[in-house]
Design a protein. Structure first.
Length: 130
């Protein structure tokens, strides 16, 4: 798949203000406010910017943190980057296809991976199973 690259103006035209701030400038939506934090609908969560499938509902769990959380991403679609902002050391997660900021990954999730991909609802779009 070819890497998606757009100008700032193109991203602004495609995304809502919240989606733009979250995905293109690594902002974080407040907890318990995004549309998917407590969704239990079966389906695939795709990148809001480029449509790449990122997570499946079978790996979603309630972490109690107020953001959609997954214990696993689909293979080779999420890349990690060290994030030292806000006086913390964290691991940022981005869409490998368009560099959209998704959220962060932590090592306090359930088995089998022990990971918690903590994702902003504004960075994903649910494609429900038919």
């Amino acid at each position: 798949m070819a890497k998606v690259e757009k100008t700032d103006a193109e991203w602004r035209a495609q995304l809502t203000d919240t989606q733009y701030r979250v995905t293109r400038h690594a902002h974080t939506e407040p907890p318990f406010t995004g549309i998917y934090w407590d969704t239990t609908t079966d389906g695939t969560y795709n990148c809001i910017c480029c449509g790449t499938p990122l997570f499946i509902s079978d790996t979603k769990f309630d972490a109690g943190c107020g953001w959609p959380s997954f214990w696993q991403a689909l293979p080779d679609v999420v890349k990690e980057k060290r994030d030292m902002s806000h006086g913390m050391i964290r691991t940022e997660i981005l869409c490998a296809n368009c560099d959209a900021h998704l959220g962060h990954v932590f090592d306090d999730g359930p088995g089998p991976t022990g990971l918690r991909y903590c994702v902003n609802s504004a960075s994903i779009d649910l494609d429900p199973k038919s």
